[in-house]
Write a protein that binds this ligand. Structure first.
Ligand SMILES: [Zn+2]
Length: 145
């Protein structure tokens, strides 16, 4: 029994030192990796129901690209890719949150875009024609609600 325990610990140690040697200096996992992994899972689930060949190819390419990123030693390029991903993620999330807010506050407020600086403005839902002063660029413009 003690012998079995010894071999088990030795196997665990060898496996963990192998993993350390394998991953030393590698880029590893980041936000972009998690996003791509989620996309791969979604594509795999779609493939259970539909069986298009191009999807299989796309999934395989994404999977290999993801693995390539994890084991890459070019940290600078991988970091740039991750930053680009995070930039678009932020843009999408802010757009999504704005849509959610527009929907939740649709009875009390109207959302208009400033024609000068493209800033989103939240205006009280009062019927009629109004002159609005943009808090960002301080320009006045007319709005009809
Ligand atoms: Zn403005």
């Amino acid at each position: 029994m003690d012998n079995l325990k010894y071999y088990w610990h030795k196997l665990k140690y060898n496996l963990s030192s192998f993993m350390h040697r394998l991953l030393a200096g590698r880029y590893g996992i980041d936000h972009f990796y998690r996003f791509l992994t989620t996309v791969v899972y979604i594509l795999l689930i779609i493939q259970i129901f539909l069986k298009p060949k191009f999807l299989y190819l796309l999934t395989t390419i994404l999977l290999f690209y993801n693995m390539y990123r994890v084991f890459s030693k070019n940290h600078q390029v991988r970091h740039k890719e991750n930053q680009l991903y995070l930039k678009y993620q932020r843009k999408f999330l802010s757009w999504f949150n704005l849509q959610k807010r527009k929907f939740n506050e649709r009875k009390e407020y109207r959302f208009k875009v400033c024609p000068n600086c493209k800033q989103n403005l939240r205006l009280k839902n009062v019927k009629g024609s109004h002159t609005v002063s943009c808090p960002k660029c301080k320009k006045d413009f007319n709005v009809k609600i």
